[in-house]
Ligand binder design. Sequence first.
Ligand SMILES: Nc1ncnc2c1ncn2[C@@H]1O[C@H](COP(=O)(O)OP(=O)(O)OP(=O)(O)O)[C@@H](O)[C@H]1O
Ligand SMILES: [Mg+2]
Length: 467
Amino acid sequence: MSEINPNDFLILVVDDISHNLQFIGNLLEEAGYETTFATSGRQAIERVKNARPALVLLDLMMPDIDGIEVCSILKSDPNYKDIPIIFLTASHETTHLVQAFQQGAVDYITKPFKAEEIIVRIENQLRLYTQEKQLAEQNIQLQKEIQHRITVEADLEEKATQLEQALKELKSTQVELIQSKKMSSLGQIVAGIAHEINNPASFIMGNINHAIQYFNDFYHLVELYQQALPESTPEINELIEEIDLDFLVDDWKKMMNSIKLGAERLYQIVCSLRNFSRLGEAEIKSVDIHQGIDNSLLILQHRLQAVGARPEIKIIKDYGQLPQVMCYPSQLNQVFLYLLANAIDAIEKVSGVMPTITIRTELSREQNQQDTNNPLPETDVVNIYITDNGIGINKKILANIFDPFFTTKPVGNGTGLGLSISHQIIVDKHKGQIHCHSTPGQGTTFIVTIPLTILPYSPIKYQDSRG
Ligand SMILES: Nc1ncnc2c1ncn2[C@@H]1O[C@H](COP(=O)(O)OP(=O)(O)OP(=O)(O)O)[C@@H](O)[C@H]1O
Ligand SMILES: [Mg+2]
């Protein structure tokens, strides 16, 4: 039990009989309490208002305002309602006592007074009151602490969210950096090679027709000589036989044609390489998507050829009727390259099937969710489906394939960036979508959707089309 210090407490004693006051007053002063007195109900209320007591000893029966009424007045005042009141009563009438407790009394003492009882009851109430007050204070303190903790927790949570966001942004920036570095170096290399090949290819292309023409002229001259001099010398006859002139002429024509074909192909490759790298075309442009896919295929041509037991990878093109598409062509080509490279990688992991990559395109109309950002009910989109019959992707892996640096390839073989870069290009740059469906062991389809209307059309182009 906690000790109380009587010095700290002022006790108001209210009784209309003075010797009662004197008796209790002496007793309390001896015990060390501060005391104050009132001989009537009215005076009692005044005293309380003048100096708030820690406890009131209140006579039940008094002439003007009786104890019950004083109690009721004090209890109805929020400033005083928590002051403990102990009734002093000669009456044993239970009705009065019940009334007193109903009004908020905490205890009662019966007359004639016994000194010890009075002190013990007062102590009890003061102790209770003090403890209650402490409890209430602790409660308030606790509540403050809880509030503080809630605030700190919310703060922490917010910081965690911010950190998470920052990490995400960092990763995305990193990908962008790597992507642009990769792209610019790839673009430079491709453009460089295209330029290098272009010169010798031009020599061949520029000269081959002349060479064919010159030879024909030359041979015509030989024919004329033969007609003019049918009796040729044995030396000439021997040479004609030795070089097998008829065969030579025939083969020469074939050779020239195949050189011409080769040169034309070289020229095509150079065009495709240039088209692919599209240096200086970082800007948005209206292009033929099919050409982009074909160029990417051409670049991967060497990987489509038969190797070992694996036959050549068959490419099935199921191209729909597409309009020119506004896009960032070099970046879109890069996506095709990544998706096709992945498809080839997946095919290389299986055997016993006819390796096939199917590329299907279509123009389609997509229903939009109408909101303030997207007031158009429908959007025209181009869908590109790239399907392989490779190893497929299981569900667990499928959930991660677009994450930066996620790869199932051995260390050093894949960067795990192909799909995250593709995602960035399609979703962020072109406001499109990229999805993947896969059946493990059977194959995979990537679907790229590019909207035709979301990207800003160049106004010049718009005016052009209206004349
Ligand atoms: N067509 C596919 N078939 C099966 N798995 C695929 C296919 N495309 C992607 N994946 C899976 O997704 C992973 C991530 O592909 P992503 O292109 O991002 O990186 P990567 O191919 O591993 O590396 P990099 O592109 O640098 O060579 C691959 O490692 C592979 O597991
Ligand atoms: Mg890849």
